[in-house]
Design a protein. Structure first.
Length: 54
């Protein structure tokens, strides 16, 4: 019974880690795509951000 529970816990941990890794990879790819598509000047980005705040 203990072995069964350990196996279940390990399986859940593996699934959790896989999900986290998938999300992490997705975020990285999205950020890279955004950087490649729209590469404005850092100053422009800052001004847009400040305008968005006010």
């Amino acid at each position: 019974m203990i072995f069964f529970l350990t196996a279940v816990v390990i399986g859940l941990l593996a699934i959790l880690i896989k999900m986290i890794v998938d999300v992490y990879m997705l975020i990285i790819t999205v950020r890279k795509d955004q950087e490649v598509v729209a590469k404005p000047h850092p100053t422009d980005e800052g001004h847009q951000f400040i305008k968005g705040l006010y």
